[in-house]
Design a protein around this ligand. Structure first.
Ligand code: NAD
Length: 454
């Protein structure tokens, strides 16, 4: 099929590459000329395992192209995916300006029937807005063209995006009940047929239910994380180990093991903004979503749990102290640092006078960019941050290690070398990667999250 994907970020590129891999002809549009130039010169603007090879393979086969040409993009695809960003506005609601501008572009340039698919995470009612925007453009230009809008939210996880897209737990497709909607449903069924060969994974529903499904999924996962973090903080005080509690409750089939890890809070480009946006949707309808407000508030506090532990150990004033930081991206296997806990932690430590030496396996370039933003009002503080080339060089001359992201390479370091490198042999483990007893046996002073030490 002929597909256009509008927006070549994490979701757009993965969607485009995977659909091309299945034999479709994909046109990826972005307004960011630099991004498109990079893609056309063989580069990939994000780190996502397997993506560069998949793009290269499909480019060589002539099944994927990248461009900033809006007219050509709209002409190309019978199905037009909108996969642009929906960041938070100041009040927490989702900013739909990119989605609606993409809709406007489609309306301006289309000359025949199109199926327009919202893949971006958007609040309930956005499909109606996309429809209204296109109708407005058509009527302004005195054109009558049939089209249909579909909600097809994306559930991929950064770091495992290709696998998630190719082997989805489910595909959610929301369509309107009219004739155009029936045709759209038919095209979507054909497009996704390769994913349903062994068993049907697609849930067809109305557009509003599809839009809400995406928020409900992210809100549920965020809730599990905040729930465990809150209990972890209690575990510290009552002398329990949250990881043993995790295993004890996860074994209950009604609960399951997923998303029960205590840590430094959730970050990234989805959970924080989606929880806020859902709360705002609630407000819009005078529905006070109390649980989700608490989820967000617990998470905001949790992002600084390691700073609290550092201050308990070293005092408020951290001048003269240097901390090694392992892991900067919001989770492993991605270079995404949007709302990453590392940014708040480093800002707090540096604000208290500490120096930090930070290392991340792939997010170093992104880190430099984010720190320039975070410290734009106090650029002199940037000098307190050193970005290091290896995990070992980050330890040199440091008082303690703070582990923020659970990259695989941090799982089994040479603990003797680690101990010899640190002045104080102290580890603050924000992901409970290490076993407290083992760390004590190695001679470390070990602070995990919810592992019997506040
Ligand atoms: P992103 O910021 O990585 O990419 C968005 C891209 O859209 C950018 O390259 C931007 O230049 C481009 N863009 C903006 N307006 C445009 C326009 N009018 N025409 C063409 N290009 C335009 O965003 P992302 O992380 O890929 O997320 C996209 C959407 O998918 C969001 O709504 C997000 O919530 C949702 N989502 C993201 C993930 C994830 O893990 N990142 C997972 C599921 C859903």
């Amino acid at each position: 099929m002929k597909i256009t994907v509008i927006g070549s970020g994490y979701v757009g590129l993965v969607t485009g590459a995977c659909l091309a891999e299945l034999g479709n002809h994909v046109f990826c549009l972005d307004l960011d000329q630099q991004k498109i130039d990079l893609l056309n010169s063989g580069g990939v603007p994000i780190y996502e395992p397997g993506l560069d090879a998949m793009i290269a393979r499909n480019r060589d086969a002539g099944r994927i192209q990248f461009s900033t040409d809006i007219q050509a993009a709209v002409d190309h695809g019978d199905i037009q995916f909108i996969a642009v960003g929906t960041p938070s506005k100041e009040d927490g609601s989702a900013d739909l300006q990119h989605v609606l501008s993409a809709a406007q572009h489609i309306g301006q340039h289309m000359s025949g029937y199109k199926v327009i698919v919202n893949k971006s995470t958007v609040p309930v009612g956005t499909a109606d807005q996309v429809k209204a925007t296109i109708n407005e453009v058509l009527s302004e230009t005195n054109r009558v063209i049939d089209f249909s809008v579909v909600s097809n939210p994306e559930f991929l996880k950064e770091g495992a995006a290709i696998d998630d897209f190719m082997h989805p737990d489910r595909i959610v497709i929301g369509t309107y009940e009219d004739d155009a909607g029936c045709q759209a449903k038919d095209w979507m069924r054909k497009l996704y047929a390769p994913f349903n060969r062994h068993h049907e994974r697609t849930y067809y529903m109305d557009v509003r239910s599809a839009e809400l499904t995406k928020y409900a999924a992210n809100a549920m996962l965020a809730t599990r994380i905040s729930f465990m973090n809150e209990l972890a903080n209690l575990a510290d005080y009552v002398g329990a180990d949250i990881d043993q509690v995790r295993q004890g409750i996860g074994s209950d089939a009604r609960i399951g093991y997923g998303f029960l890890y205590a840590g430094t809070g959730y970050g990234g480009s989805c959970f924080p903004k989606d929880v806020r946006a859902l709360v705002q949707t609630g407000n819009q309808y005078q529905q006070d979503l109390k649980i989700l407000k608490a989820v967000e508030s617990v998470n905001t506090t949790q992002k600084l749990i390691l700073v609290r532990k550092v201050v308990n150990r070293y005092g408020d004033d951290l001048k003269g102290k240097t901390f090694a930081i392992w892991g900067l991206s919001f989770k492993p296997n991605t270079d995404d640092m949007r709302e990453a806990p590392s940014r708040m932690i480093i800002k707090e430590l540096v604000g208290r006078g500490a120096k930090v030496q930070a290392y991340d396996p792939v997010a170093m370039k992104e880190a430099q960019h984010c720190f320039n933003l975070d410290f734009r009002e106090s650029p002199q503080n940037l000098e307190q941050i050193t970005l290091c080339e290896t995990m070992l060089s980050a330890l040199k001359g440091c008082d303690a290690l703070i582990l923020i992201t659970e990259w695989k390479e941090f799982r089994s370091p040479d603990f003797t070398q680690l101990k010899n490198s640190l002045i104080d042999s102290v580890i603050f483990d924000g992901r409970n990667l290490y076993e407290p007893n083992e760390m004590t046996n190695f001679g470390f002073e070990y602070y995990g999250v919810g592992r019997c030490n506040s």
